[in-house]
Write a protein that binds this ligand. Structure first.
Ligand SMILES: OC[C@H]1O[C@@H](O[C@H]2[C@H](O)[C@@H](O)[C@H](O[C@H]3[C@H](O)[C@@H](O)[C@H](O)O[C@@H]3CO)O[C@@H]2CO)[C@H](O)[C@@H](O)[C@@H]1O
Length: 798
């Protein structure tokens, strides 16, 4: 907050623009009026506060009609020395749930330490000045260590004895919450084994509104429900192992281009129903920390945005942990502190010259620009997260190079296998003891320069197992597709010929005469600080790299049984390939990390039936997505309509819809049941971690019988979509609100049970600033994908 404003506010009565005020103006970025006591009138001061200065205006009871808030929400506060402190329940929370004991311990510790100690707890030591990508200073008097923060979302970055787990998008493609939770738990265990206190994942933003978005692959795809569940179970897994998870990047960081300059301008309803949703689930799972992002949100930097950090995150979602900056995403000393940021990372810029907290924050606190209470709140939140995860006792010392892999590769293989989506199959798969196979493409073999030869995986050379950037980890080993196919082929006496380049001119000598030809194509993307083959983070288009279309065409000219294997960060346009009559199968193998070949062989040979389903839509044309990377600010004008929500609303036929995936068997759906106690109206519970308590209550249950009607064992992901009743404001025709993965022997049946929480039946009512269950008839659709609906029903809400 600017100093002239602080002085003004010190002389005035501060009135918080509470939820009621937002309600009057419709949401984020409001600059309107609020109500003051008689003799005072309201003057706007920032997104969250107004000041009542002498002047005439009648008092009103507007706040009385607004949703219940905890008592501190309506109490104006000002601290000694004229400082203004955020006046939200989240800013000085009354600890609840799992956090209560941690807050008691944190308060006891806080009472023993100095202001300088607190500054040390909230300030990184500077770029490249410690053993981890982020480090803070220890406070010996309370046994608080030098905190180690390390990427990332798929394991310990720069670890040499750690597992490179599968990227988030691959985990999402399994739709298997048990595998995802185990993945989180194993990542947490490895981080702890390396002495990493804070592992910088999971990723809930970018959500993936842009199909070419560079970092989409780090997260779980553009559906907020699937991403929310993935964030929740990953967080729970990680923290159950005793490390602190970090939900990132908060919020609206959907592209790499200009990410440190642009503003993401997101309307209030879209914010709640899409982008905030997965973070709410992570908070509900008691995520220890949240990383604020590089971009501006509605014209204010995310890392000094009072509305999103104090308002949405800490007040509305009841977040009790701490907000850290993305690396160098902080812009001002006081704005960040008063906006709700709690820890600065890495503590300096990359030159080590600019430092915004440390001594500067100390001066700001001593000078009253940042209150002592705010500093206490920052330190308390960080200490509480440390106690919450039990790190105050027996935590290993920092050793990023420790060997911590154990048997965790089993999870990598399982996720890499069960996330494979079979898109087309004429019957050629599973393979049936072929005499001769051809394997073609540079992406079939290990990177000839070495599996970790490119810094942060900033290249697309050889087989692709993950994208590039800070969200990567070193491969401890890499099983390339060709190596695994060759090993498996030997057991059948199959000969395998290889062309390990993408030269179309020489393909026919390898491919002709083979019983089947496997051709490998890719598409890569990553974080914008690295450019790979002209791709500066976000993809330039949705075509396969390295002339993949032409390569498949050439193979198809030489062989009638072409199997295309795709390793990709996200959707690619497959029309050219699918038009080739000799393309008998398309295997969408995603990003499998180091178990690439083993997972692929499991599917190709049918030791496992494919069970992955697409966590995004594959369009016929890149234009069909209706969104594109912005050159300036992004108005998010598509609102709620991203990915399948857009295709459904605009009646565009996708090539392969969200949730699609073939199997070697087939499943029938029957016997839908719907029970409900849902009542229309606004949520009313007190705020717990994640939002109002009653949002998490089960208010309806849908069941369906799923039968494996084919001849081999397999697993089916049954999906539940809802459509809101006509009394609700316009909404996507279908929204995912449940899924269940069932493993079934041939002929066996099981029940898919979908428990719908109150929130799952709600829309965000901008005027009421609350989640509301509308009255009327909800459409219930249960199916094998978003467009393969097998059963329907309704939920009647009066
Ligand atoms: O790693 C912590 C978070 O950092 C952000 O990414 C940064 C990444 O970690 C870091 O390696 C990279 O540094 C490069 C820097 O940007 C560039 O100017 C300099 O020349 O080279 C550095 C590499 O040696 O900066 C990244 C930010 O730009 C992530 O956004 C976040 O998700 C991580 O958790």
């Amino acid at each position: 907050m600017h100093s002239h404003l602080v002085a003004l506010l010190a002389a005035a009565t501060l009135v918080r623009c509470d939820q009621g005020a937002w309600a009057q103006c419709g949401g984020i970025g409001w600059t309107g009026d609020t109500k003051c006591v008689s003799g005072y009138s309201c003057t706007y001061s920032n997104d969250y506060y107004s000041q009542c200065l002498p002047g005439s205006q009648a008092p009103t009871s507007a706040a009385a009609s607004q949703p219940a808030q905890s008592s501190s929400a309506s109490q104006p506060q000002s601290s000694g020395g004229g400082a203004v402190e955020p006046d939200t329940p989240g800013a000085n929370p009354t600890a609840t749930g799992a956090w209560a004991a941690a807050y008691s311990q944190a308060n006891a510790a806080l009472a023993k330490i100095s202001q300088q100690d607190k500054i040390n707890i909230v300030t990184g030591v500077g770029w490249n000045k410690g053993p981890c990508v982020g480090n803070t200073s220890p406070v010996g008097s309370i046994g608080y260590p030098q905190l180690c923060l390390q990427d990332g979302p798929l394991g310990v970055r720069y670890g040499t004895g750690a597992t490179a787990f599968t990227p988030g998008i691959m985990a999402a493609a399994t739709w298997d919450v048990d595998l995802m939770r185990q993945r989180g738990q194993y990542m947490g265990a490895e981080a702890k084994g390396c002495g990493v206190h804070v592992l910088l994942g999971p990723v809930g933003g970018p959500l993936g509104k842009l199909a070419p978005g560079g970092r989409n692959w780090e997260g779980f795809g553009p559906d907020p429900y699937l991403t929310g569940v993935s964030m929740a179970v990953t967080t729970e897994g990680m923290q159950s192992a005793g490390i602190q998870a970090t939900a990132k990047h908060f919020i609206g960081n959907e592209q790499e281009l200009n990410r440190e300059k642009m503003s993401s301008n997101i309307d209030d309803r879209t914010m709640h129903e899409l982008y905030l949703w997965p973070f709410a689930d992570a908070v509900h799972s008691n995520v220890a920390s949240v990383m604020c992002s590089y971009n501006k949100l509605n014209s204010t930097w995310a890392c000094e945005n009072d509305k999103i950090m104090n308002g949405l995150l800490k007040q509305e979602l009841g977040f009790q942990g701490y907000v850290m900056s993305d690396w160098n995403a902080q812009h001002t000393t006081n704005g960040a502190a008063n906006g709700g940021m709690d820890m600065t990372m890495p503590g300096s810029d990359y030159d080590g010259k600019t430092i915004l907290w440390g001594p500067q924050l100390n001066s700001a606190v001593s000078g009253g620009q940042v209150s002592k209470t705010r500093l206490d709140d920052m330190a308390r939140r960080i200490l509480a997260a440390w106690y919450l995860t039990g790190q105050n006792s027996g935590f290993p010392s920092i050793n990023i190079k420790a060997n911590v892999q154990g048997s965790h590769k089993d999870n990598v293989r399982a996720v890499a296998r069960d996330g494979i989506v079979l898109l087309r199959n004429s019957g050629i798969l599973p393979l049936k003891k072929p005499s001769k196979l051809a394997v073609i493409g540079s992406a079939a073999v290990t990177n000839p320069k070495g599996i970790n030869s490119c810094t942060d995986h900033g290249c697309n050379t050889g087989a692709l197992g993950m994208g590039w950037g800070s969200g990567t980890a070193q491969y401890p080993y890499f099983v390339a597709p060709y190596d695994a196919i060759k090993a498996r082929a030997q057991t059948d006496g199959t000969t395998v010929s290889l062309q390990d380049n993408d030269n179309t001119g020489s393909v026919s000598s390898t491919a002709s005469g083979a019983d089947a030809a496997l051709v490998f194509i890719t598409s890569d993307s990553g974080e914008g600080y690295i450019t790979v083959e002209g791709v500066a983070g976000d993809r330039n288009n949705l075509d396969p790299w390295h002339s993949g279309n032409q390569l498949v065409q050439a193979v198809s000219n030489a062989n009638k049984n072409v199997i295309v294997v795709v390793h990709s960060v996200g959707p690619i346009i497959l029309e050219t390939i699918l038009a080739l009559p000799n393309v008998q199968a398309v295997v969408w193998a995603g990003l499998p990390s180091s178990e690439s070949g083993n997972a692929l062989v499991d599917i190709l040979y049918g030791s496992t039936t494919p069970s992955g389903k697409l966590p995004y839509t594959i369009a016929k044309s890149a234009n069909d997505y209706g969104t594109s990377v912005s050159r300036g600010d992004d108005s998010f004008s598509e609102g709620l309509y991203i990915d399948y929500r857009h295709f459904d609303k605009a009646n565009i036929a996708p090539r392969y819809e969200f949730g699609f995936g073939l199997s070697y068997t087939n499943f029938t759906y029957s016997d839908i049941t719907v029970t409900s106690t849902a009542q229309s109206g606004a949520a009313t519970g007190t705020v717990i971690s994640g939002g109002r308590a009653d949002l998490f209550d089960t208010v309806a249950t849908v069941t369906a019988k799923i039968t494996n009607a084919g001849g081999v064992a397999g697993a089916e992901v049954a999906q539940l979509y809802i459509g809101l009743p006509s009394s609700a404001p316009a909404a996507p025709p279908k929204q995912l609100r449940g899924f269940a993965k069932l493993s079934l022997a041939p002929g066996a049946s099981d029940t898919a049970t979908f428990n719908l929480r109150r929130k799952d039946l709600s829309y965000w009512d901008v005027a009421r600033q609350n989640w509301v269950v509308p009255s009327g008839s909800f459409a219930v659709s249960v199916g094998a994908s978003s467009r393969d609906i097998r059963l329907t029903g309704t939920i009647a809400v009066s």
